[in-house]
Write a protein that binds this ligand. Structure first.
Ligand SMILES: Cc1cc2nc3c(=O)[nH]c(=O)nc-3n(C[C@H](O)[C@H](O)[C@H](O)COP(=O)(O)OP(=O)(O)OC[C@H]3O[C@@H](n4cnc5c(N)ncnc54)[C@H](O)[C@@H]3O)c2cc1C
Ligand code: FES
Length: 340
């Protein structure tokens, strides 16, 4: 038996390794050609310290208090030279991937479909040439064909499939947007680097509130695919806001999730007050069904930076402190900002 271990490096890179029954994470990483930080490999120096975000494991009793205190162990910190997983795990490594002689995995893929799903959004489907393991909510950098630049896109498809999909805002004049709208065709080759990012669905142990702005819906579609496969007994509520009626996409998909994912509900919100939509304004104007639960809620927030900042401000003003808060800003690339 072996387990899938996601190693999240501090530069945002994630690498997946397989770890055999009874094997330490450090040994498994070296076997997978990833040189995690270590000095003694005996539980003495503490150099290999990281933290386990999810999963079950045994830390053994061979290490000394100087390397890892009981308090640290209680908070989920681990010594990778001692940690023996007994399930799939996600482990944070406080070092850059490049220092561990690993880096982003590069994968190629073939464009399967490019669909204009609204005036402002494009669905890109890519068939990867090899498996890309990712956590639901993570993203990859896709190189814009014919250029040396890349753009970040969250997977909207389910983990574990080579049929990848992305939901991409059509930014007029944008480098990737122009390629997608003007040139991309079935059969084109694309290069993907990743997966990356710390915005991913944690194990669902309490109510979940998902807040999406525009194409910030993408990672939630992947998370919902995951929940459909894994099941959830907790309430999961999504509030999905866009600017105008015509920007709403994937509503049929969301209705299908509501019918198949236990306890999943959603609502849409249109910012434009003249839209005629039953709910106008911002997502934070429509929190009445949100499972805030006196703060015992995991909040996931994704969208353009002004939307993310506004929602963060709302939570501060309302003094709501969720048990966990995860967010992703769809920040334009530095190259695009400089060119603007
Ligand atoms: C971690 C991460 C994940 C992301 N995931 C997604 C995703 O799943 N779907 C998605 O649509 N986007 C996503 N983005 C944003 C995406 O990477 C690109 O920035 C966006 O698609 C624009 O790329 P472009 O090449 O078409 O335009 P660019 O050539 O990058 O930009 C052209 C001009 O438009 C401006 N601009 C760029 N984006 C916007 C915007 N949203 N609103 C207004 N002006 C803008 C730029 O500043 C520039 O002046 C993500 C960004 C990050 C950091
Ligand atoms: S490498 Fe020294 S404690 Fe793990």
């Amino acid at each position: 038996m072996s387990y899938n271990i996601a190693l999240n490096f501090e530069d945002g890179v994630t690498r997946f390794i397989n770890c055999n029954e009874g094997e330490t994470v450090l040994d498994a990483a070296y076997r997978n050609q990833i040189n995690l930080p270590m000095d003694c490999s005996d539980g003495v120096c503490g150099t290999c310290k990281g933290s386990c975000q999810q999963g079950d494991y045994d830390l053994g009793d061979e290490y000394i208090e100087d390397a890892l205190t009981d308090d640290e162990a209680g908070q989920g910190m681990v010594l990778t030279c001692q940690m023996v997983p007994s399930s799939d795990c996600v482990v944070n490594i406080p070092a850059a991937s490049t220092l561990c002689k690993t880096g982003n995995l590069q994968t190629t893929g073939t464009v399967a479909e490019v669909n204009l799903v609204s005036a402002t959004a494009i669905e890109l489907k890519v068939t990867a040439d090899e498996d890309i393991a990712f956590l639901p909510g993570q993203y990859v950098n896709i190189q814009v064909p014919g250029s040396s630049e890349s753009r970040a896109y969250s997977f909207s498809s389910r983990p574990g499939s080579r049929e990848l999909s992305f939901l991409i805002r059509n930014v007029p004049g944008g480098l990737m947007s122009s390629w997608l709208v003007g040139q991309a065709k079935t059969g084109d080759k694309v290069t993907l680097n990743g997966p990356m990012g710390i915005f991913y669905l944690r194990p669902v142990g309490r109510p979940v509130l998902m807040l999406a702005g525009g194409t910030g819906l993408a990672p939630f579609l992947s998370m919902l695919e995951h929940l459909k496969a894994s099941g959830s007994s907790q309430p999961v509520h999504l509030i999905y806001g866009v600017t105008n009626n015509e920007d709403l996409v994937s509503v049929k998909e969301l209705e299908a999730f509501a019918a198949t994912v236990d306890n999943f509900t959603f609502k849409t919100v249109i910012a434009n007050p003249d839209s005629g939509h039953p709910r106008t304004g911002y997502v934070t104007n429509h929190m009445e069904d949100a499972p805030i639960n006196d703060g015992d809620v995991d909040v996931y927030l994704c969208g353009p930076p002004p939307m993310v900042d506004a929602v963060l401000g709302y939570f501060r003003e309302q003094s709501i402190e969720p048990a966990s808060f995860h967010y992703e800003r769809f920040t334009p690339s530095v190259a695009a900002e400089e060119a603007a």
